[in-house]
Design a protein around this ligand. Structure first.
Ligand code: NAD
Length: 323
């Protein structure tokens, strides 16, 4: 019997084709079916493998999955999966850590440029017939400004590279786990977050969500930023205390912010963030380039197939499980 693979959210066709060669794929979105959470969980509980994007898998779910052999994460942030519980049950979580780094980095840079030059509000004004409002949209240049990068991993390093070499920005980075002796990138490395906060014109976040990074940006830290600073978050919503960010924007303690990720997703239209001033919002699309969607679909499908076929997958988010 072919293994049963559940794919609750859309992935690129190349990944589906790869899986379909040897697996029974259950992908309700292919024919436009919209299943309830309970219906999706029922399919999960009867599957041998699952590939998720933002779909959550808890320890309780895993207890009900007697035949689950592998979880594939289409992406890099595995905080929607209880990896510890997966390890305890001997289930590898394969993921695609290199597939979307450039896409996310370019989106972060795009958000920074849009913020600096008021691209979105000026476009809205023009469409509303307010061409004459153009004088309200004078922005700032990026060249010679200072960008603070929190987390100098794959994405943060790429952002630092583009900002420094392409935009002539001065880049400062904070990453307590970086091997500073072997670091050869363009960022000036600072040893505490506080060192970074007082000097940056733009702050971009590229850390995984963990107990250590949850609400890393809160009222106290925002108070250390320059009043003209702009914050970009493409990491995970809960890295920023959203209420603190809204307060800072309303009180004009910072000049603006752009966020792609939220404490709770999806974000309802009546969420307080949607009414906050000088805030640019995108619906968790940083990694959504065609190129990266193909790489994530192929990479997660290949990782799942490797585990199902008894081979060692290239990237495992819970490596202890392989011991
Ligand atoms: P990575 O593991 O390569 O880099 C994360 C870096 O953060 C590491 O260098 C680590 O040392 C550093 N770090 C850990 N704790 C820190 C702390 N307290 N302060 C500062 N730095 C700290 O991961 P990556 O591929 O660069 O991805 C980063 C995150 O971006 C992911 O974990 C994910 O949550 C997010 N992401 C979002 C999207 C999106 O669509 N918006 C897509 C991909 C990734």
């Amino acid at each position: 019997m072919k293994p049963r693979v559940f794919i609750p959210e859309p992935i690129a066709e190349c990944g589906m084709k790869l899986l379909q060669e040897s697996c029974d794929c259950i992908a309700p979105w292919v024919d436009g079916q919209e299943l309830s959470d309970a219906e999706q969980k029922e399919i999960l509980y009867g599957s041998n493998a699952v590939i998720v994007r933002l779909f959550k898998i808890s320890a309780e779910d895993l207890e009900k999955c007697p035949d689950l052999k592998v979880i594939g994460k289409h992406g890099v942030g595995v905080d929607n999966i209880d990896c510890q519980a997966a390890t305890a049950r001997g289930i590898p979580v394969v993921f695609t850590p290199t597939a979307n780094s450039n896409a996310v980095a370019e989106h972060a840079i795009g958000l920074m440029m849009a913020l600096a030059r008021n691209i979105v509000p000026s476009s809205v004004a023009l469409r509303d017939g307010r061409f004459a409002d153009r004088n309200q949209f004078t922005g700032v240049e990026l060249s010679e400004k200072t960008l603070g990068v929190v987390g100098l991993g794959r994405i943060g390093s790429r952002v630092a590279e583009i900002a420094s070499a392409g935009l002539n920005m001065k880049v400062c980075g904070y990453d307590p786990y970086l091997n500073t002796e072997s670091y050869e990138g363009p960022a000036e490395i600072v040893s505490t977050l506080n060192d970074l906060f007082g000097r940056v014109d733009f702050l971009t976040l590229h850390v995984a969500l963990s107990p250590e990074t949850e609400h890393l940006i809160d009222d106290e830290r925002i108070a250390m930023l320059k009043p003209g600073c702009r914050i970009i978050n493409t990491s995970r919503g809960a890295v920023v205390d959203e209420s603190a960010l809204i307060r800072a924007l309303e009180e004009e303690r910072i000049a603006g912010a752009a966020i792609d990720v939220f404490e709770e997703e999806p974000v309802p239209a009546d969420h307080p963030l949607c009414a906050a001033p000088n805030l640019l919002l995108t619906p968790h699309i940083s990694s959504s380039s065609h190129e990266s969607m193909d790489r994530m679909a192929n990479g997660s499908a290949q990782g799942v197939l490797d585990v199902l076929n008894g081979k060692t997958p290239e990237f495992v988010a819970n490596p202890d499980v392989m011991k």
